[in-house]
Design a protein. Structure first.
Lengths: 191, 201, 195
């Protein structure tokens, strides 16, 4: 290509060509970062919608709209029950949820109940042999398919296994696909 | 004009040379996106990104006894069974540890066996922060792949740039010819072991 | 950029030369492709065959009328079974052995065989480097399909590329027919049922 452009070119052609070269260089400096942003946009969005990153703190007793419904921490209790590893406690967290938008399959997709402690560690629900949820309490996934209607209040909860050293500071949290990267982190009930 | 042509040719030639040099000398895509190894020894706690792992014990056996759907089976192999027991903990959040590979002294990779079907103590292991869990990894290996081998443990099979624990198996006792010092005729996977019970859904 | 007539001509010549070169190379490659290919050779049965990732040693072939190594047959079906010793020649555990054998001159309802480890009837387990295992390839056949007394199987191999052209990753590519094995096919009412 270069060999072609170095052929005899009329003198008046040189000035505009130089100008265009300079413009192209400047355009490159703008276009390259733009392309990078555009191509990584989808991945970034997907990542943000898949992670519980930013906590929204909720006081005990307060109900907060989240994923189209009002969430309130109903109960948090821990103790030695069932078959547990050494130095571990069983914890049951329950929430009472007043359904606003009944399309739970869309709003609550990827629903995740968690426990977090002061150090920021997170526990997902565990099945504990010998411990079952109180009557009338559903897991998040079964609630999605429970065909709850607008205005219903349902109780959602799960069991967790938490080490001894974390039990004092654990706080329940909820993440929903439609609200990520935000998630709710509830204040513990007062003693 | 002649100078310009020559100059351009020189630029072209040096660009080609530079590109070729970079292609030959720079790390390849496979290396750039490979898992990042975290080295450790047997009975040390190795800290990977999402989990900690401690290799407790390696048992060699000619056959494995296992209970599958209420039916007792004895599994044989053309080499040896290596049953590796580990102690696993999650670091920051509940997660799973699914991948074990026995890497021989020359780099041959023996992936964990698929012949045992689903078992509670087999991968994928669900692990929680602050709670220790015993997890088994079972391999079929030829006896000459034991001395100088290492165990690779990762959260997932294809995890570019994620941490991979690489535990040297130098602590495994072998005789002078590299054979393991102790090979059981049969190892019962369901025999009671000293482990902490934990139900994990 | 090319306002003068002369530079225009030069551009056309340069672009044209590239096109002509490309056409020439393509034509050459096509011509080579059209050359009479060597017929894949008949492979010996008494020695192991290096076929890409696998070293294979065929053992026997037969027609089975019952459950074979845990592979269930639909009612009215029979199965063509090929047993072979397989060794993984690569550096890592692998199960890409589905296309290694393919029976010639026989109509298969499903060309994909079910493959079982003869040792304990595990279906399609990974085979590990250097560890030879006897495997059974099971192709279901229609109950009334005619199976000749001697059957040819095509053996397919792949070539190893240390770096592929897209990601620079090592891998096995370009399957080709390595050769043909011919085995007598016995008719067995109920062979090894496995455990």
């Amino acid at each position: 290509m270069n060999a072609v452009s170095t052929g005899p070119i009329a003198g008046e052609d040189r000035q505009p060509e130089k100008k265009w070269r300079r413009r192209s260089l400047v355009a490159l400096a703008i276009l390259l970062p733009l392309t990078l942003a555009e191509t990584s946009n989808d991945s970034l969005r997907e990542w943000l919608h898949g992670e519980d990153l930013i906590a929204r703190d909720v006081d005990f007793g307060q109900a907060v709209p989240f994923g189209g419904s009002d969430w309130k921490l109903a109960d948090l209790r821990g103790g030695k029950a069932g078959r547990l590893p050494d130095h571990a406690f069983a914890v049951i967290a329950t929430f009472s949820v007043k359904i606003g938008d009944p399309d739970l399959q869309k709003q609550w997709l990827g629903c995740k109940l968690m426990l977090t402690d002061a150090a920021g560690r997170r526990w997902l629900p565990d099945a504990i042999s010998g411990v079952s949820l109180p009557a009338g309490v559903m897991s998040c996934t079964s609630a999605i398919f429970s065909s709850a209607r607008k205005g219903d209040t349902i109780t959602i909860g799960d069991t967790f296994i938490v080490p001894e050293d974390a039990v004092k500071t654990i706080r329940p949290a909820v993440g929903l696909g439609s609200e990520r990267p935000w998630f709710l982190r509830f204040q513990r009930p007062p003693k | 004009m002649r100078i310009r042509i020559l100059g351009n040719l020189v630029i072209l030639a040096s660009t080609v040379a530079l590109s070729y040099g970079m292609q030959v000398s720079k790390p390849h895509y496979a290396d750039l996106t490979a898992p990042i190894p975290v080295d450790g020894a047997m009975r040390d706690t190795v800290r990977a990104r999402s989990f900690d792992v401690r290799l407790d014990k390696v048992v060699f056996a000619r056959a494995l006894k296992t209970n599958q759907f209420g039916q007792e089976r004895s599994l044989t192999t053309s080499g040896l069974w290596a049953v590796v027991s580990t102690n696993l903990t999650a670091t920051a959040a509940s997660t799973t540890v699914a991948e074990g590979t026995w890497q021989g002294p020359t780099g041959l990779r023996y992936h964990q066996t698929e012949r045992l079907g689903y078992r509670q103590d087999m991968p994928p292991h669900g692990v929680d922060p602050g709670l220790e869990k015993r997890g088994l990894f079972v391999f079929e290996i030829p006896p000459d792949q034991i001395r100088g081998a290492s165990l690779l443990i990762a959260a997932r099979q294809f995890a570019p740039l994620d941490a991979q624990a690489r535990i040297s198996l130098d602590g495994v006792p072998t005789s002078a010819d590299g054979q393991p010092a102790d090979v059981l005729p049969e190892f019962d996977l369901d025999a009671p072991q000293a482990h902490t019970p934990q139900g994990k859904s | 950029m090319f306002r003068t007539a002369r530079s225009k001509v030069q551009t056309w010549i340069t672009a044209g030369a590239g096109t002509i070169a490309a056409l020439f190379v393509a034509g050459l490659m096509g011509a080579f492709g059209a050359m009479p290919a060597h017929a894949p050779p008949q492979l010996p049965l008494d020695a192991a065959i290096d076929a890409g990732r696998w070293r294979v040693q065929p053992v026997r072939a037969y027609v089975s009328h019952a459950r074979t190594y845990g592979v269930l047959l639909k009612p009215g079906q029979k199965a063509l079974v090929l047993e072979a010793d397989m060794t993984n020649r690569t550096a890592q555990s692998d199960k890409a052995y589905f296309d290694v054998f393919k029976p010639d001159a026989i109509t298969l309802p499903d060309p994909m065989p079910t493959i079982a480890l003869i040792r304990d009837s595990t279906l399609t387990p990974e085979l590990h480097p250097g560890m030879t295992e006897r495997m059974a390839y099971v192709w279901p056949l229609a109950g009334d399909a005619a199976v000749p007394a001697s059957l040819s199987f095509g053996v397919t191999a792949e070539i190893f590329k240390p770096r592929d052209n897209l990601y620079g990753m090592p891998g096995w590519f370009n399957p080709y027919r390595l050769g043909t094995i011919t085995l007598p096919v016995a008719d067995v009412p109920a062979p090894g049922t496995g455990s």
